[in-house]
Design a protein around this ligand. Structure first.
Ligand code: G3P
Ligand code: MG
Length: 396
């Protein structure tokens, strides 16, 4: 019989373990939900087990992702607490970046430029520029059909009336730049760009530039007396990639390229441009990076403490200390390189153990050539249902 929800006291029955669910290849493939996923989520929600959705997907808002997750799983509108405030996207940790960084001029590129900008603005990046803005500001920037009617139709003027054509005629000259020359401080690749050609061109241009001014070329490039043979040594913007997944899982039988494939293409072009003389310097977020796991861990510990199942992003969360400490977090994923590797390598300071569980519904398939995954999980199971059953048994 139901006695209702127990009070949040020290001796309640809430669990000391939690789940981190990967999304693509674990909860659904494209539009197709993994059978039983919805029921398992309902059940762990009812049991007040803490969980988050930790995906390398991005290019959308966390709320929009939660809505589409609920829809694809077939949850009803009154079950929104099953997904609400639990989605961590590849770029979500950037919400926590310092304000002075958010005031910099950033080039944001992702699936849809205008959506990416809106999310960046919502995160607090007030000066977010998209590749669409650049081609509209300077029609010489890209010599080919650049999808101005479709993908890049929406644009905004560059911040503070800056111009993308403020560089001197000689791109190598150290002459003063026009006062209105746009300077990009950071490049944020938020997920799989749709127009690789334009994005590789623009990212290249910024990485070879002097100080992040489009249309200039640093005379330090190729200087062997400098680190990295002078490449990316002249105040060029930092390049941030929000995840490095080479592939991900949809309904199509063959794995689909992810953001990591775009990075591989960029690295290939970079190797050609630098004559093999320089490694592409970049920073990556997303699984398997420690930063992302730390973010997820902190969210599990703070946001989903017992009794704080509602609210969004407020300071009032995280004050409830009545939940038992989390001893184990089960990371259920389909990608050994990101989900499993990240969980295996993550050792939170509070001593919590992250346990990796690999499912067979996603990118990883056992083949004759590959006896086992490169990064070994604690267990390999058929799907997310078996993963939860295994974890619950493991907890006794
Ligand atoms: O673009 C999404 C993909 O890279 C992986 O998503 O949920 O499997 O981490 P997920
Ligand atoms: Mg996945």
């Amino acid at each position: 019989s139901s006695l209702g929800k127990p009070p949040a006291t020290r001796d309640h029955a809430f669990s000391s373990f939690a789940f981190a669910f990967d999304i693509d290849g674990v909860l659904y493939r494209g539009g197709q939900a993994i059978p039983g996923a919805r029921e398992m989520l309902r059940s762990i929600r009812r049991k007040d087990i803490r969980y988050v959705f930790l995906t390398n997907g991005g290019g959308t808002h966390e709320t929009a992702k939660a809505d589409s997750l609920a829809k694809r799983l077939g949850l009803s509108p009154d079950e929104e607490d099953v997904v609400r405030d639990r989605v961590i996207l590849s770029h979500t940790p950037m919400r926590g970046w310092a304000d002075e960084v958010k005031q910099q001029t950033v080039l944001v590129t992702g699936s849809h430029p205008e959506t990416a900008r809106r999310i960046a603005n919502e995160y607090g990046f007030s000066r977010a520029v998209t590749p669409a803005d650049l081609i509209h500001a300077n029609d010489k920037l890209y010599p080919f059909d650049n999808l101005k009617e479709t993908l890049h139709a929406e644009f905004r003027p560059l911040p503070d009336g800056k111009s993308a054509a403020g560089a001197p005629a000689d791109p190598y000259s150290r002459d003063l730049l026009a006062a209105d020359a746009l300077k990009i401080d950071k490049i944020l690749v938020w997920n799989d760009p749709r127009d690789w050609s334009l994005d590789i061109q623009v990212i290249h241009d910024l990485l070879v530039s002097r100080g992040g001014h489009l249309g200039t070329v640093s005379d330090r490039n190729g200087d062997r007396s400098l680190p990295n043979n002078g490449w990316q040594q002249d105040g060029q913007p930092e390049l941030w990639i929000s995840n490095l997944d080479l592939v991900w899982k949809t309904e199509f039988p063959v794995n689909r390229f992810g953001t990591g494939a775009f990075v591989a293409a960029l690295q290939g072009v970079w190797a050609a441009v630098t004559n093999g003389g320089a490694e592409l310097q970049y920073q990556a977020l997303g699984k398997p990076s420690r930063f992302t796991y730390e973010y997820a861990h902190a969210r599990l510990v703070r946001d989903h403490a017992v009794g704080s199942t509602s609210t969004s992003g407020s300071e009032s969360r995280g004050k409830d200390t009545t939940a038992p400490p989390i001893k184990r977090v089960y990371m259920i994923g389909d990608n050994p390189e990101s989900d499993i590797r990240g969980a295996n390598e993550f050792r939170p300071e509070d001593g919590t153990e992250w346990v990796s569980v690999l499912v067979r519904t996603g990118v990883w398939r056992q083949t004759a050539a590959e006896k086992g995954p490169r990064y070994k999980p604690a267990v390999i199971v058929d799907d997310v249902v078996d993963a939860i059953v295994w974890a619950l048994r493991n907890e006794g």
